[in-house]
Design a protein around this ligand. Sequence first.
Ligand SMILES: *Cc1c(COP(=O)(O)O)cnc(C)c1O
Length: 243
Amino acid sequence: MEDDQRDEYLSFLKRRREEILRRVEGACERSGRDVSDVQLVAVSKTVGVDEVELAWQAGWRAFGENRPQELKRKLEGLAPRGEAADARFDMIGNLQVNKINQVLGNVRLIHSVSSMHLAEAISKRAEVRETVADVLVEVNVSGEESKSGLSPEEAHASFGQLLALPGISVRGLMTMAPRGDAARARSTFAGLRELRDELRADLGCELEVLSCGMSDDFTIAIEEGSTLVRLGRCVFDPGYALD
Ligand SMILES: *Cc1c(COP(=O)(O)O)cnc(C)c1O
């Protein structure tokens, strides 16, 4: 990026971040929650290393990627860039078994453990590396065919097994809401929270992280208990209109 472009984009990122923080605060106030209970992850999957570096300068600290190859590109690109090398990344997308080793040790959290099979595969590889991966279990709360994740019934049936796997630490649940329908988004997020409460009561696990809410629906997600919102377009795209 040219210097003047960088300056202009950085001021957009700062301004936009303030607008997002105000909406997060508003949602927390409406639902009697503390802003410190909601983590913000900037989803950088559609932008380059320069944009991530500028986002770091604008105040973002945690980023999300959905492809291992792109994660690697960002990590390598940021490594020589001073403080921005401290950016932390989460894996938020579908993870193929043969890509697990590219991700282990390089991310703070894997959001998208969408099957028992994947959980077992991560567990095995983490054990070999003598590490423990923090993960979230993806749940298809809305029941849409296009969405991945365990059904709530499957989650109930297999959670005990998931918690017992060595090499992974299940920190919570993740879901995606149907697009463009605020009422269904709300019931999806509420459903995720209720499932968490049931699993907590049944199994005594903490499951402190609820990863839900994206650009279009993060305020609704926070009102329904989200502890981690994943924001892509509204952070990085000047053409995205925040409402
Ligand atoms: C792309 C993506 C996001 C961010 O979506 P926006 O609508 O751009 O905020 C969040 N979560 C996942 C899993 C994604 O793939």
